[in-house]
Design a protein. Sequence first.
Length: 156
Amino acid sequence: MTIEKTPGALLLDHLYDAGTQFKGYLRALRGTGLGVLFAADVEDVRDRQRFRSMHLAYREMEVPPLANRYLYRILADALAEKSLPDTVSEADRSALIKAARGRPGWTVMMAERLQNSDYWSCDHVHVASLWASIMIEVKKKYFVQAESPQKKSGGF
Protein backbone atom coordinates (compact mmCIF):
# COMPACT_ATOMS: atom_id res chain seq x y z
CA MET A 1 0.00 0.00 0.00
CA THR A 2 1.39 3.40 -0.90
CA ILE A 3 0.83 6.73 0.71
CA GLU A 4 -0.91 8.04 -2.43
CA LYS A 5 -3.63 5.40 -2.12
CA THR A 6 -4.20 5.91 1.60
CA PRO A 7 -3.63 9.54 2.53
CA GLY A 8 -3.24 10.34 6.18
CA ALA A 9 -1.38 12.55 8.59
CA LEU A 10 1.84 12.25 10.53
CA LEU A 11 1.37 13.82 13.96
CA LEU A 12 4.47 15.22 15.64
CA ASP A 13 3.93 16.43 19.18
CA HIS A 14 6.42 18.33 21.34
CA LEU A 15 8.93 18.79 18.55
CA TYR A 16 11.75 20.87 19.94
CA ASP A 17 14.27 21.03 17.11
CA ALA A 18 14.53 19.85 13.52
CA GLY A 19 17.84 19.01 11.88
CA THR A 20 18.75 19.03 8.21
CA GLN A 21 17.91 15.35 7.68
CA PHE A 22 14.50 15.73 9.27
CA LYS A 23 13.71 18.79 7.13
CA GLY A 24 14.77 16.81 4.04
CA TYR A 25 12.45 13.99 5.07
CA LEU A 26 9.56 16.43 5.39
CA ARG A 27 10.34 17.90 1.95
CA ALA A 28 10.31 14.38 0.50
CA LEU A 29 6.76 13.91 1.82
CA ARG A 30 5.42 16.83 -0.22
CA GLY A 31 2.97 15.72 -2.87
CA THR A 32 2.63 12.20 -1.46
CA GLY A 33 -0.78 12.71 0.08
CA LEU A 34 0.57 12.41 3.62
CA GLY A 35 0.01 15.51 5.69
CA VAL A 36 2.22 16.50 8.58
CA LEU A 37 0.73 18.05 11.68
CA PHE A 38 2.92 19.63 14.35
CA ALA A 39 1.46 20.12 17.80
CA ALA A 40 3.21 22.52 20.13
CA ASP A 41 2.34 24.22 23.39
CA VAL A 42 2.76 27.86 22.48
CA GLU A 43 1.92 30.07 25.39
CA ASP A 44 3.82 33.24 24.60
CA VAL A 45 5.61 35.14 21.84
CA ARG A 46 8.95 33.44 22.59
CA ASP A 47 7.44 29.96 22.16
CA ARG A 48 5.79 31.00 18.90
CA GLN A 49 9.03 32.50 17.55
CA ARG A 50 11.01 29.39 18.51
CA PHE A 51 8.59 27.14 16.66
CA ARG A 52 8.37 29.40 13.61
CA SER A 53 12.16 29.64 13.41
CA MET A 54 12.31 25.96 12.43
CA HIS A 55 10.51 26.85 9.15
CA LEU A 56 8.49 23.65 9.11
CA ALA A 57 4.91 24.73 8.50
CA TYR A 58 3.15 26.73 5.83
CA ARG A 59 0.10 27.43 7.90
CA GLU A 60 -0.60 27.72 11.59
CA MET A 61 -3.74 27.06 13.51
CA GLU A 62 -4.18 27.95 17.13
CA VAL A 63 -6.19 25.48 19.11
CA PRO A 64 -7.68 27.02 22.22
CA PRO A 65 -7.30 25.31 25.58
CA LEU A 66 -9.78 22.51 26.15
CA ALA A 67 -12.93 23.59 27.98
CA ASN A 68 -13.09 22.72 31.67
CA ARG A 69 -16.13 20.50 31.23
CA TYR A 70 -14.02 18.18 29.04
CA LEU A 71 -11.08 18.31 31.44
CA TYR A 72 -13.36 17.26 34.32
CA ARG A 73 -14.41 14.22 32.27
CA ILE A 74 -10.80 13.38 31.41
CA LEU A 75 -9.81 13.74 35.07
CA ALA A 76 -12.72 11.57 36.24
CA ASP A 77 -11.84 8.84 33.74
CA ALA A 78 -8.15 8.96 34.65
CA LEU A 79 -8.85 8.87 38.40
CA ALA A 80 -11.27 5.96 38.05
CA GLU A 81 -8.38 3.77 36.86
CA LYS A 82 -6.03 4.70 39.70
CA SER A 83 -5.52 3.45 43.23
CA LEU A 84 -5.38 6.67 45.25
CA PRO A 85 -4.44 7.24 48.89
CA ASP A 86 -7.70 9.16 49.41
CA THR A 87 -10.74 10.56 47.60
CA VAL A 88 -10.20 13.70 45.55
CA SER A 89 -12.58 16.40 46.82
CA GLU A 90 -14.53 18.66 44.48
CA ALA A 91 -12.38 21.62 45.61
CA ASP A 92 -9.22 19.67 44.74
CA ARG A 93 -10.68 18.61 41.38
CA SER A 94 -11.42 22.23 40.60
CA ALA A 95 -7.89 23.27 41.60
CA LEU A 96 -6.39 20.50 39.45
CA ILE A 97 -8.44 21.58 36.43
CA LYS A 98 -7.38 25.19 36.96
CA ALA A 99 -3.72 24.14 37.20
CA ALA A 100 -3.98 22.13 33.96
CA ARG A 101 -4.81 25.34 32.08
CA GLY A 102 -6.73 23.60 29.33
CA ARG A 103 -4.17 20.85 28.71
CA PRO A 104 -5.63 17.33 28.65
CA GLY A 105 -2.15 15.77 28.87
CA TRP A 106 -1.39 17.62 32.09
CA THR A 107 -4.73 16.49 33.51
CA VAL A 108 -3.81 12.85 32.88
CA MET A 109 -0.30 13.37 34.32
CA MET A 110 -1.79 14.85 37.48
CA ALA A 111 -4.10 11.87 37.88
CA GLU A 112 -1.14 9.52 37.53
CA ARG A 113 0.89 11.40 40.14
CA LEU A 114 -1.98 11.40 42.62
CA GLN A 115 -1.22 7.74 43.30
CA ASN A 116 1.88 8.96 45.14
CA SER A 117 1.10 9.84 48.76
CA ASP A 118 3.73 12.62 48.66
CA TYR A 119 1.13 14.81 46.96
CA TRP A 120 -1.41 14.32 49.74
CA SER A 121 -1.76 15.85 53.20
CA CYS A 122 -4.69 15.79 55.58
CA ASP A 123 -7.03 14.38 52.92
CA HIS A 124 -6.17 17.17 50.45
CA VAL A 125 -4.08 17.30 47.32
CA HIS A 126 -0.96 19.49 47.21
CA VAL A 127 -1.88 20.98 43.85
CA ALA A 128 1.02 23.44 43.79
CA SER A 129 3.56 20.66 44.36
CA LEU A 130 1.87 18.52 41.75
CA TRP A 131 1.91 21.35 39.23
CA ALA A 132 5.57 22.13 40.00
CA SER A 133 6.65 18.51 39.51
CA ILE A 134 4.94 18.38 36.11
CA MET A 135 6.43 21.72 35.10
CA ILE A 136 9.91 20.50 36.02
CA GLU A 137 9.43 17.28 34.05
CA VAL A 138 8.18 19.17 30.99
CA LYS A 139 11.06 21.64 31.15
CA LYS A 140 13.65 18.86 31.47
CA LYS A 141 12.12 16.78 28.71
CA TYR A 142 11.29 19.36 26.09
CA PHE A 143 13.39 22.45 26.70
CA VAL A 144 17.11 22.07 26.36
CA GLN A 145 18.86 24.61 28.50
CA ALA A 146 21.38 26.67 26.59
CA GLU A 147 24.71 26.08 28.20
CA SER A 148 26.67 29.14 29.09
CA PRO A 149 29.94 29.42 27.19
CA GLN A 150 32.99 28.51 29.23
CA LYS A 151 35.33 31.39 29.84
CA LYS A 152 38.77 30.69 28.52
CA SER A 153 40.43 33.20 30.76
CA GLY A 154 41.02 32.49 34.42
CA GLY A 155 38.87 35.43 35.61
CA PHE A 156 35.25 35.49 36.67
